[in-house]
Design a protein. Structure first.
Length: 197
């Protein structure tokens, strides 16, 4: 099995929640890997209620743009299914269906409708509260699961099942992970240059 150097954060799932989390984590300078099986339900959506996109956007376009935004921000994208997440000496070891092993200090589950790999990792799973969502990963207000170092965001963490909300939740939880790593609250602001006089 091929093992790769330790990441600060591994994000499992690259739908709106995961891609958004990866954008913030990478821009904050965290060594970030985004692992995705590419089975996002968002690929079936035609989205007309996402802020700033008055003409609407297709689900596939939003998912592909999100992945491109994350890799442009510095995240590494690995397309495979994660079959196992277990504790390791310095964090967690992820096993990919493609035979690739990945180690990370923190893991953010952004799994969408299927929390299975979080259950296998020992995280507490509870009944879902949103329509058509059977089960979710139990999280606290920061996005911590029942296992320290494992976090969850988006649909799999019980948010309302809408792209603007899952993307926002991915960013929110990533900021909490960044702040935990850096030991101070993270802010990611760019300022518009002053108009030339
Ligand atoms: C038919 C349909 C229409 C919709 N229309 C709208 C709409 O108009 N407006 C709106 O706001 N929302 C809409 N939605 C909802 C929207 O798509 C979702 O709410 C949302 O954005 C889900 O984001 P997510 O990141 O939580 O999950 P997802 O986008 O589902 O992403 C989860 C990702 O995790 C990956 N994953 C899961 N387990 C593993 C694993 N073990 N290893 C690796 N990868 C894994 C999956 O392959 C997937 O790529 C619609 C949904 C559907 C199904």
């Amino acid at each position: 099995m091929e093992w790769f150097a330790m990441y600060d954060v591994a994000i499992i799932g690259a739908g709106p929640a995961g891609a958004s989390a990866a954008i913030f984590a990478s821009r904050a300078g965290l060594r970030t890997v985004l692992v995705d099986a590419d089975q996002s339900v968002t690929r079936r959506a035609l989205i007309k209620n996402h802020l700033g996109l008055p003409d609407g956007i297709t689900g596939p376009e939003l998912v592909d743009r999100g992945k491109r935004h994350a890799t442009d921000a510095g995240a590494e994208l690995v397309t495979t299914k994660v079959t196992e997440v277990r504790p390791s000496a310095d964090g967690f070891a992820l096993q990919g269906e493609n035979g690739r092993g990945i180690e990370a200090r923190h893991v953010i589950f952004c799994l969408g409708v299927n929390p299975e790999v979080a259950r296998l990792a020992g995280a507490q799973i509870v009944p879902g509260t949103e329509p058509r969502i059977k089960e979710i990963v139990a999280v606290d207000a920061q996005g911590h699961t029942s296992i320290p170092g494992l976090w969850a965001a988006g649909t799999c963490a019980g948010t309302s099942v809408h792209t603007i909300i899952t993307a926002g939740d991915g960013a929110r939880v990533a900021i909490n992970v960044i702040s935990a790593v850096k030991g101070e609250r993270n802010v990611d602001h760019d300022v518009l240059p002053a108009p030339a006089r």
